[in-house]
Design a protein around this ligand. Structure first.
Ligand SMILES: Nc1ncnc2c1ncn2[C@@H]1O[C@H](COP(=O)(O)OP(=O)(O)O)[C@@H](O)[C@H]1O
Ligand SMILES: [Mg+2]
Length: 353
């Protein structure tokens, strides 16, 4: 039996989202094929092998549990193991494949993927470079422009430069992008630090809010569109899913609309024309391949309400992964059950190696 190490939590604003995704993953990995080990990372970055029940992950008490033992992945390529610091000494626990169920900073951006590379451990999902590029909205947008993929007009600036020339930048935003516009930290997720700005006088506050999360911020023209998402699965010959639609409960799909008020709707298939649907699927595969993705990604778009034109928004290399999240639901529509999806992702990781 292959030993799968599921990693959850993480030093990221999406820690809680990761716990929710990980519980579903841990409970649904086919136990007749895989043995599951779980490694938790706390919000402040401490690592523990967790040998307790998923209820303790759900209540976020897992890290103070007697079932949590300090542990790290050895970067030594010969070990392919977890080093567990028991009271009796260091125990080496062999690992065959890693399944990082981590969202956002440190988990979805290539940082931890670099450690898996050093350790020579196969892992589910995109590699270091692809994770890093997809996490950074400025790099992603730059590449999408190079690929001639249609997206909202955008501008980006670093904290240092903004401090020198805020007024100039705001004038540029007003004349080139107009209002409403969206201000975003380049590296974040779950809408953390993102504001919809309707008037020039609200821009400075939105910029300050975004700079809390990153030293690089981008501003995008607001697209009046339906929000649709396409899941992609595979390595060299990736399979696009059907297209799903999100109807945010708030004015835009902010953190509360995503996770708190429970009133946002997911509609499958999306209520868009067959032409827009095909454009979304084709563009998803194009971006997945061009950005070097492997395993999985969810590619998000806007379909402009009056023209039906498709605008690329962003790509998520470790999208929300609870059994009722968009990614698994889109593949369920194609007849791939959640446990089967997990099995396929693990196989893709092993194949890549
Ligand atoms: N250019 C845009 N036009 C219209 N709405 C946008 C735009 N950019 C972002 N949004 C809204 O903000 C939400 C979060 O932005 P997104 O870029 O997807 O960041 P995150 O990585 O945090 O999900 C989107 O789901 C959408 O509701
Ligand atoms: Mg998004």
């Amino acid at each position: 039996m292959k030993i799968v190490l599921v990693i959850f939590g993480g030093k990221s604003t999406e820690y809680e989202v990761s716990l929710a995704s990980a519980i579903s993953v841990i409970n649904n990995i086919p136990k007749d094929i895989y043995q599951v080990l779980t490694l938790g990372i706390t919000k402040d970055g401490s690592w523990f092998l967790f040998e307790g029940k998923t209820e303790e992950i759900e209540s976020d008490t897992w890290h103070t549990s007697i079932s949590a033992t300090p542990a790290v992945i050895s970067p030594d390529a010969k070990e392919k193991a977890l080093l567990v610091f028991r009271e009796s000494g260091v125990e080496r626990v062999a690992v065959d494949v890693v399944f990082p169920v981590l969202h956002g900073k440190n988990g979805e951006d290539g940082v931890i993927q670099g450690l898996f590379e050093l350790a020579c451990l196969p892992y589910v999902g995109c590699d270091l470079i692809s994770s890093a590029v997809c996490m950074d909205k400025v790099f992603t947008n730059t590449l999408a422009d190079a690929l001639r993929v249609r997206q909202a007009k955008w501008l980006a600036i670093k904290k240092f430069d903004y401090a020198q020339s805020a007024g100039e930048f705001e004038t540029q935003v007003t004349s080139y992008l107009g209002f409403p516009c969206f201000v975003k930290p380049a590296n974040a997720g779950s809408s953390v630090g993102i504001s919809k700005v309707k008037t020039p006088d609200a821009l400075a506050q939105a910029m300050a809010d975004a700079f809390v999360h990153d030293h690089k911020v981008l501003v995008e023209e607001g697209i009046n569109g339906y929000e649709v998402e396409c899941a992609v699965l595979g390595n060299d010959d990736p399979l696009p899913s059907v297209v799903g639609q999100v109807i945010p409960s708030n004015e835009f799909y902010d953190y509360s609309a995503k996770y708190i008020d429970n009133a946002s709707e997911l509609i499958i298939p999306a209520r868009i024309s067959p032409e827009s649907m095909e454009a979304v699927r084709a563009c998803s595969v194009k971006i997945f391949k061009a950005l070097g993705c492997s395993g999985l990604s969810r590619v998000d778009f806007f379909v402009e309400k009056t023209t039906g034109e498709v605008y690329f928004n962003e790509i998520n290399t470790l999208p929300g992964f609870t059994s009722i999240s968009m990614y698994p639901k889109l593949f369920a529509e194609l007849g791939i059950s959640y446990p089967e999806l997990l099995d396929r992702l693990i196989r893709l990781a092993l194949e890549k190696q």
